[in-house]
Design a protein around this ligand. Structure first.
Ligand SMILES: *Cc1c(COP(=O)(O)O)cnc(C)c1O
Length: 359
């Protein structure tokens, strides 16, 4: 039986995509083999690679002067790849809004003069700093941001004002809402939250930023090399790229990012409304900064939190345990989580509250 899986990543995939992948696993398109068993230079795989690229461009409305790369190493590898490719003056500023943002900054420190321009650490990352009050240093190569903070359940709703290249980590929100790619020099995202199995990482980079990687930049991390080779410099993660293509097709058929954004806002809205109207559950993120992908919440105490997770699991609502840095619960409600899953979660929350409110 399929469960409703609220995991933060790797996370649930659309059922029609899984079914299609299952159907094609023994024989992809009459080739007599699966897509993972053939050369990455074969015609069928090259077509998959090209279609995935074209569909992502279409879905995100990515202008022609941007390159779309499928690379490996996860978002974490990008924490190093970004400075290794973009540092010309040797310095960059970071806005630290969570654990991943902090890790990106720390990795960056190995390669240049990095500074934290703003942080919400003092309030356990429950808000996004006010963009208007941030002063960046002169001569920086980029400003690094984390658009959606997976662990703490926050997201940006406005961007910093800067002439420097804006870089953002969209691992947990790519394709969840409409964004203007032109505002960014570079967007990256590990696939395993909103797109595909772990193994492929999306990089969307403005072409004028290519070609000035530091001499020590490993060839695998060099965006210009990946760009020149259509992301086929070496053997790519073929299966995750194939599933990405299926997910992009699924999303396009659904009406694209505009349509899924509406659904995502409905799902998140229902859940936040329920939590806000309850005296039993709490989400302590500043309202305007709340993520529509990751919703952390707690009951009145840690024992009840543990009981909640255990009982929910028995009802087929799984992976709701919160991150160890936050505790409590977290419902990750990515694109592939159907509205029915959120409705079922809320029904369970109501029932659990009634049974436990006086304890
Ligand atoms: C999950 C996540 C990461 C880490 O991704 P990996 O692909 O495991 O390296 C980085 N940033 C954000 C915002 C994430 O959600």
């Amino acid at each position: 039986m399929r469960v409703y899986n609220f995991a933060a990543g790797p996370s649930t995939l659309p059922l029609p995509v899984l079914e299609q992948a299952q159907k094609e696993l023994l024989d992809y398109n009459g080739t007599g083999m699966s897509i993972t068993e053939m050369s990455h230079r074969s015609k069928p795989f090259m077509a998959v690679n090209a279609e995935a690229n074209a569909l992502l461009r279409e879905l995100m409305n990515i202008p022609d002067d941007y390159s779309v790369l499928f690379v490996q190493g996860g978002a974490t590898q990008q924490f190093a790849a970004v400075p290794l490719n973009l540092l010309k003056n040797g310095k960059a500023d970071y806005i630290v809004t969570g654990n991943f943002a902090s890790k990106a900054y720390e990795e960056g420190l190995k390669y240049g003069d990095m500074a934290i321009a703003a942080s919400s650490k003092e309030a356990n990352y429950t808000y996004i700093p006010d963009m208007k009050n941030i002063k960046f240093r002169d001569g920086i190569d980029y400003v690094h941001t984390t658009y959606n903070n997976t662990i703490f359940g926050t997201r940006y709703t406005e961007l910093p004002t800067t002439d420097a290249t804006l870089v953002t980590d969209m691992s947990s929100c790519i394709l969840s809402e409409e964004i203007d790619v032109k505002k960014f020099g570079l967007i990256y995202a590990g696939a395993q939250k909103n797109i595909a199995p772990a193994g492929v990482t999306i990089v969307i980079v403005r072409k004028d930023l290519l070609g000035s990687a530091l001499p020590i930049c490993p060839v695998m991390l060099n965006y210009a090399v990946q760009d020149k080779n259509d992301s086929l410099y070496n053997t790519p993660p073929c299966f995750p790229i194939y599933v990405s293509m299926l997910v992009f097709r699924w999303l396009k058929e659904l009406g694209g990012v505009k349509a899924i954004q509406k659904i995502n806002e409905e799902k998140a809205g229902m859940l936040y409304d329920f939590i806000d109207n309850s005296t039993f559950y709490t989400n302590n993120v500043v309202k305007k900064d709340r993520s529509i992908m990751n919703v952390p919440f707690v009951t009145p105490n840690a024992d009840l939190d543990a009981q909640f997770v255990a009982e929910a699991t028995k009802q087929g609502l799984v992976s709701l345990k919160g991150h160890r840095l936050v505790g409590g619960m977290r419902a990750s409600i990515y694109n592939a989580m159907p509205k029915e899953g959120v409705i079922k979660l809320i029904d369970f929350m109501k029932k659990f509250e009634l049974e436990n409110i006086n304890k």
